[in-house]
Structure formats: C-alpha cells, structure tokens
Write a protein that binds this ligand. Structure first.
Ligand SMILES: Cc1cc2nc3c(=O)[nH]c(=O)nc-3n(C[C@H](O)[C@H](O)[C@H](O)COP(=O)(O)OP(=O)(O)OC[C@H]3O[C@@H](n4cnc5c(N)ncnc54)[C@H](O)[C@@H]3O)c2cc1C
Length: 379
C-alpha cells in the first residue's frame, strides 16, 4: 500500500495542521489528575465542533464517511502537535452502529460522537477479568408496570470514567442456563438509574479514573438490549477488536514526539551522550518502527473494508511494549523528576505499566494470537 497522502489527504492534513497550530494548546493535560477526564472530554468536544470526530464513520450516523486514512492522519497530526489522543469512543460507537436498533443508533450515536453524552464500559468484575465470560452480573427479564424490563444485580470493577459517565455499556448474564459464553448480553444502562452505586478508585497515576460499580435491583427497559439476547460475547469481541487496534489512537506520533524530545535532551547535554543512552534510544526507535509497520498493515485491511479482528491483539501487544520501553527509557535517562514519583512524566510512566493490562492483558493477547491468529492448539 502507498502511504503517501493523496492530494485530497494532503490538503486535509495541511488544513488540520493549521487548525492545530491555533488550538493544540487547548488540549494541554492539566497537572491536577482529577481534572483530566473533563479536560479530555472538552478537547473531544472542540475537535467534534471543528469537524474532526467520526471521520471514517458513515454519514447516515453522523460521521464524515471518509476513508480510515483520514482517521490515521488526524491521529498522526494530534500526536505531532503534542495533543493527547482523542477520547476512545470509536469502539463503542462502532459497536452501537453494528449491533444497535435504528432507535438506539438515532438516540445514542449523536451524543456519543459529540462527547455531550459520556459512556463507561462495564465488563470486568472482581472474579471475571481475563476470564471475562465468567461474569456473574445478572439481568433477569421481568415485567415492571406491564413493561418488559431487565432487573440487574451485580458488581463491576475497574470501570473507567464510571464517575462521570451518563451511560454504561454493560455486559451481563441474561441466560443463566445457557453455556458460559452463550448466556451473556449487552444492556445499555443509564447511569442515573436507581440502584447504581459508583465508588471511585484512585489509581497509581493519582487519578480517580476507575470505579467499582454496584448494581442493586436496577431496572432497565428491555428495549435497551443491544442486539439479541445471548449475543453479548460476540458483540464484546467485536468491540474489543476495535479497542485493541492502535490505528485509532495516536500512539505512534505521540511516542515519536517523546523520542525527539529525548534526542533533544542528549543534544543539549541534559542527558549524557553515552553508549548506554544510544542503545536505549535505538531500542525505543526500533519498537516504534515495529509498531508503525504493523499499524500500517492493519490500516491497509481497514481501507479495504475489513472489520478489525483477532489480529488487533498483535497491535495491542506491540503498542503496550513500545509504550513501556519508552516509559523505562524516559525514567532511566531523565532520572530526577520521575524518581520523585510526581508530575506528568511519572504519571505517563505508571500509565505505560497499565498498557499491558487494560483492554485485556498481554498474556491474554498472546493466547489470542496463538489460538485465533496462528491457529495453534489450546494445549
Ligand atoms: C487503566 C485500566 C483501565 C481499565 N478500564 C476498564 C473498563 O473501563 N472497563 C472494564 O470492564 N475493565 C477495565 N479494566 C480492567 C481490565 O480489563 C482488567 O484488569 C483485565 O482484563 C485483567 O483482568 P484482572 O485485572 O481481573 O486480572 P486477572 O484476570 O486476575 O489476571 C491476573 C494475571 O493473570 C494472567 N492470566 C489470567 N488468565 C490467564 C491465562 N488464561 N493465560 C495466561 N495468563 C493469564 C493475566 O495476564 C494477569 O497477568 C481496566 C484496567 C486498567 C488497568
């Protein structure tokens, strides 16, 4: 595939670069970790208003109907401008688009795309993380005031942004007698429903991003079921495939900016120019290139119209590895600030450790690659 911009893409990139030169400062990550979720949401809204959200999303659902290359250009330019990645809504919006009823798409997609309505993802449970299909949060179909209703009981954990979310994309067990994977469904649950309790958890980056969410007799109209009863496992897998492919995020250009900053430190004498330094920078560069080549291959598949699948786990593995090697390199070369365990650099380092966990751990990605990409036997 030819990765040089077409004239239309080059024009888009140039306009975007001009726009970012005037607006990227608005995306600065606040020092106060507690203010970061709202700042990310405000930046998302600014990008939406400027017409940069949903570039490859179909026009009938509020997107711009462009090729995924435009999404990649956006991510590339955001990273280059030092702006944070756009809020990760691509996986949720695509799941709603692919599996939602006409009513769900019409009512829910516009707010999700614009950032006016915020979502969280209720998958993991205290006893069901890697083995997600063991989840026990149950939703029983009953009648409330003559209307078919799911009554939800259970507990979710590590739910990012639950404290600020308006809706939850909830995985729950609706078919208790069905086989493990076949008994799961997705319910779209307003977080304002009676019976939902959100207990924030402070993470190592001093951020209240997570929460434990308890559902006690929460009544959800049956029309909020996404797709069919028992279809939850395949919906979750499609959503995770979108979440794991880093073509949707600006990792590569963000890491490239970090690498350039470290090189500048060496040139300016802030970091000693030793063999060890050169080896570390070389290693970081190689990781970045490996990730870039794989993402370009994934992008080629998307441009050809393929839905993301299990091979996204390779992208996720490379992305987590590159992020962690960059984190380590930064820690080792710029020792002082991060070693004080404070500031944005420390937070970035800690966050890079999480890259091997969120969206499915590195070990689980290797299992997926072994079984579903390479076709190796389970045992
Ligand atoms: C920053 C961050 C954000 C998150 N956001 C969300 C969110 O919004 N919504 C949500 O639902 N969850 C979220 N999570 C939770 C995340 O999905 C889980 O932490 C992850 O799936 C692992 O589950 P666990 O923590 O229960 O670990 P476990 O499943 O208990 O795993 C513990 C260790 O055992 C290993 N292991 C387990 N099973 C196997 C196996 N079969 N083969 C090899 N190794 C194995 C794992 O790799 C891991 O190293 C988030 C996590 C993080 C770190």
């Amino acid at each position: 595939m030819d990765f040089t911009d077409t004239p239309e893409e080059a024009d888009f990139r140039a306009r975007l670069r001009t726009w970012l030169a005037a607006h990227a400062a608005e995306a600065a990550v606040p020092d106060d970790p507690g203010a970061r979720a709202d700042a990310a949401n405000a930046w998302h809204h600014t990008l939406y208003e400027a017409g940069y959200i949903g570039l490859s999303f179909p026009t009938e659902y509020g997107g711009h109907g462009l090729s995924p290359m435009y999404e990649a250009i956006l991510n590339d330019e955001l990273g280059r401008a030092g702006a944070p990645p756009i809020e990760g809504v691509g996986h949720l919006s695509n799941a709603l688009r692919l599996f939602g009823s006409d009513r769900q798409r019409t009512e829910l997609l516009p707010g999700l795309l614009s950032g006016a309505v915020r979502w969280c993802q209720g998958f993991s449970e205290p006893e069901a993380g890697s083995d997600l299909a063991s989840l026990r949060t149950k939703a029983e179909l009953i009648g409330v005031d003559g209307r078919p209703t799911f009554r939800v009981n259970g507990r979710k954990i590590w739910t990012s942004f639950a404290a600020v979310a308006d809706w939850c994309f909830l995985l729950c067990r609706t078919e208790p007698d069905a086989a493990k994977h076949a008994g799961i469904s997705v319910l779209l649950v307003p977080m304002s429903s009676d019976g939902i309790e959100v207990a924030p958890i402070v993470n190592a980056a001093r951020n209240r991003e997570f929460a434990e969410v308890t559902f006690t007799n929460v009544d959800v109209p049956a029309e909020n079921l996404l797709g069919e009863r028992g279809q939850g496992w395949s919906i979750a897998n499609q959503l995770l495939a979108y979440e794991r492919g880093p073509s949707d995020i600006n990792w590569i250009s963000r890491l490239a900016v970090q690498l350039r900053a470290l090189e500048d430190d060496v040139r300016a004498g802030r970091v000693p120019d030793t063999t060890v330094t050169r080896v570390k920078l070389g290693e970081a560069y190689s990781e970045l290139r490996a990730l870039q080549v794989k993402v370009q291959r994934s992008l080629t598949d998307r441009v050809k119209g393929a839905l993301p699948g299990a091979e996204g786990s390779v992208d996720k593995l490379l992305m987590a590895r590159a992020d962690q090697i960059f984190g380590h390199t930064m820690m080792e070369l710029r020792a002082a600030a991060p070693l004080l365990h404070e500031g944005l650099e420390w937070d970035l380092y800690v966050w890079s450790r999480a890259a091997g966990i969120y969206g499915g751990t590195a070990q689980i990605q290797r299992n997926i690659v072994a079984q579903r990409v390479l076709g190796l036997p389970r045992r």
